[in-house]
Design a binder for this molecule. Structure first.
Ligand SMILES: Nc1ncnc2c1ncn2[C@@H]1O[C@H](COP(=O)(O)OP(=O)(O)OP(=O)(O)O)[C@@H](O)[C@H]1O
Ligand SMILES: [Mg+2]
Length: 247
């Protein structure tokens, strides 16, 4: 598989109301890579995602993207008070390809239904978006992003609110897509276990990029640096759990 540079972030900094949110961020992503971004609450992960997709424009530095980004925003950022049906919302993913002012063909609607089926919410196609549960909405966002036929899939905590079966299905789907297409995936997640299992490269973010390396080169020290003492508590909790469940 050929691996070209598909995303380049050069010395990006971002402040809001004189508060520094991101500082001197530098990294690149190659096509076909599966990259994980981890960091504590407020680390700037969502802000970085919004800069990459162009939702935030008043940053300092440069961002080069070669290709289309399918963006699945963090669920808390989504205004779900929309007077549209699930199938209509998903079909917005086709706008990028076909333009706004165009009637959808039967084939288009078939595509929409196929993607809704893929993420497991086809039976909800005629339901208003405002009536969906958190996990259902998350799946809908993924269906919309997939309809856009992205080169890069940028996922901001896609598993939040999704049940265990949905999660397994979700990651299976992404694995399949990566096998079949030269899809690049950037995954922001608090599920560190999943990130270490799935992502080839991991970036540890907390205002600055504390480390970026292949997963086997990320040490507990690196994680401690970004998660501070919370991470020690977490490790102690894990050890305690293991001890308690030894027998
Ligand atoms: N519009 C804004 N105005 C002021 N501060 C903001 C704004 N948006 C984000 N911030 C602040 O920037 C910091 C980074 O926020 P961001 O949402 O990027 O964090 P995050 O890493 O995605 O966190 P989480 O894991 O909770 O999703 C936070 O301290 C947040 O309060
Ligand atoms: Mg966030």
């Amino acid at each position: 598989m050929e691996r070209n540079k598909i995303l380049e972030v050069i010395d990006v900094s971002y402040s809001k109301n004189d508060v520094e949110i991101l500082k001197n961020i530098n990294f690149e992503v190659l096509s076909g890579e599966f990259v994980g971004i981890i960091g504590p609450n407020g680390a700037g992960k969502t802000t970085l995602a919004k800069i990459i997709v162009g939702e935030i424009r008043d940053y300092i530095g440069k961002v080069y993207v070669k290709g289309r980004i399918g963006y699945v925003p963090q669920i808390k950022d989504i205004n779900r008070d929309m007077p549209v049906l699930v199938k209509e919302f998903a079909s917005m993913g086709l706008y990028g390809k076909k333009g706004f002012l165009r009637f959808f063909t039967r084939q288009d609607w078939k595509e929409v239904e196929k993607k809704l089926e893929l993420v497991g919410i086809l039976s909800l196609k005629d339901r208003p978006v405002s009536k969906l549960s958190g996990g259902e909405l998350q799946r809908l966002m993924l269906a919309r992003a997939l309809l856009y036929e992205p080169d890069i899939l940028l996922l901001d905590e896609p598993e939040a609110g999704v049940d265990q079966m949905g999660k397994a299905r979700f990651y299976e789907l992404i694995d399949t897509m990566r096998e079949n297409e030269n899809l690049t995936v950037i995954l922001i997640s608090h599920d560190i276990g999943m990130v270490f299992q799935k992502c080839e490269k991991i970036m540890c973010l907390n205002k600055t990029l504390h480390c970026q390396a292949p997963r086997e080169r990320i040490s507990p020290e690196d994680l401690r640096k970004i998660f501070s003492e919370d991470f020690d508590i977490w490790i102690r909790g894990q050890k305690h759990y293991e001890r308690e469940h030894e027998h």
